[in-house]
Design a protein around this ligand. Sequence first.
Ligand code: ZN
Ligand code: ZN
Length: 663
Amino acid sequence: MSAQHWWISWMIALVAAGCGGCGGDPGQERDAEGALLMASAGPDGTEMPPGAMPELVESLRQSLATEPHPSDGGGRAWLEQLPGDPEFAIAGAPGRFRLIYEVGPEGIAVGGMIYFQVSPFWHWSTPQVEEPELDGFTKVTASGKDIQVDAATLDQQLLVLRVSGRALRAGDQITFVYGAGPAGALADSLAEKNSRFWFAIDGDGDGFRVFLKASPGIDVLSAPPTQIRVTLPSVARPGKPFRITVATLDPSANAGYPFEGRIELTSTSAEHPLELTEPVVFVASDRGRKTFEAIVREPGVVRVRAKSENGIVGESNPMMVSSDGQNIFWGDLHGHTSLSDGTGTVADYFLYARDASALDVVAITDHDHWGVLQLDQHPEFWEETKAETRRFHQPGRFVTLLGYEWTSWIYGHRHVLYFEDEGEIYSSISPDYEHPTQLWDALRGKPALTFAHHSAGGVIRTDWDVPPDPILEPLTEITSVHGSSEALDSPVPIYDPIPGNFVRDVLDRDYRFGFVGSGDSHDGHPGLAHLVTESGGLAAIVADTLTRESVLEAMRARRVYATNGPRILLRTALDEHPMGALIPKPDAGSYSGELFVKVVAEAPLERLDLIRSGQVVDSLPIDGLLEITLRREIEDLVSGEYLYVRAVQVDTGTAWSSPIYIE
Ligand SMILES: [Zn+2]
Ligand SMILES: [Zn+2]
């Protein structure tokens, strides 16, 4: 096989297994894929929207249609633990892992390939055979002296052996000691159960590989904690008990370490002492995650400081103690697990969302057809997602939503949320659901919503020439780990933006969106993805009660706002019209009224921007205050205009209100 053929077969393999920048370091893999993805016309010559990747879709479909050779994916692999080997890995720490692959009954031909890939989306050391002193050094040995394999690192985390000499026969074994050198192999910085050492076999050497579904794995545990996360509800009532969530996290925001000891919680405001019903004490079985009840008697803004006996500190988000005003519930509506290209199990994702980041509303939205194994090809993955979503759902306490990501490489990604226990995957890879209108037709009449995301650029932009369905897509995700798609002048704009494709650019097309943020986390840290990246995303949902029905109702009414991570309190109204409202076409030809804005931030504020119909019309400097209330006359809003605000902290943490629209 020529070197070039080898390269191409690897590219196809990468498409079948890759991330495409959905994970931690979006730049790299997009560059790698660039060679495949530079086309503006479909395979049949049809006109494609700019930025579409028809070749990628074609290769995904091709690999679905390919009949594997009987020897592809043959054999088995396991992790061999000798006496003294650790039973688990510690996040970010070096280790040595002995893996054995045994050839299956069909053998492997000369020219065939054995792929060894540590969890490809994150930070395991890349297995390599060149530099014994460096991390990831992998010693490869075979069971027979006459076996010959040529090993090469092909990409981050990916080592490939090409069979030369003689063909491999059933029972032949190849041993990989990953981390054989003095530097070991660094484990993923993200804690997860059963982090996989993936093996894939191309038995006949035609460039098509099949993963061993039973590839071995190891648990990666959290490192010792270095931070305390204290989360208060954003709204509490005077004299009424509320819940405080306390979580100890390691430097990568992993939870689950068996922290033991007492944590002191104190209100930062002398007029608002915190009355706890029990001391804040952790035992090992709490795994550093626990909730407590407390009362504050007087109205006002309350923040809580935490300090452990060993000196770890933290400070909470602000809480408004008030006898009126609707509740604000916090959601992360978009994230991935190891069922596609993310980290960790479905159950651990929900546990983290509830007990570490104290979310009120959460969804898992794994890719329909992207990752090592494909969700739409594995009904048992979807059954697991449904079962866990149902199991964790607790109206009034923790609302879970069933979801998946419609991962179109032509029109842009959208995640689909169901507000009931059942729902189907309408896969973007299927010709029946490849266009957004086909997706919406399939969802019509169901309690479901779709959200375009990273829409201004990044991994792939949204094709805004397809008008969003007004019933099924009333909201749009304007911020996530990819940055903001609101506007280029956002504090942390998305990378590789397409001019004219920001959400603000399309609001004048009568697309009346409410704004939400969501993490698009791939790190197993829903709700807290922003702790280790520059930007994240949360959806603030303004509602009275915490149920799927009330959340859906608030979303359809656009009674929501977005932040890129911090739990900033934001209220806006134009006269009696709340954020997201559609003010009827003014009889007098225009509408004038008083805009009310109240912001209570997590960190000192830098400025408050007022955006009217495509322009930042005012930018008010706020010099480090934590709170601001503003009233301002707005004059002569005419039909088709809109108005929203953006509150920006000094640390670039930002909240965006949903716009108020004039019909
Ligand atoms: Zn996406
Ligand atoms: Zn996503």
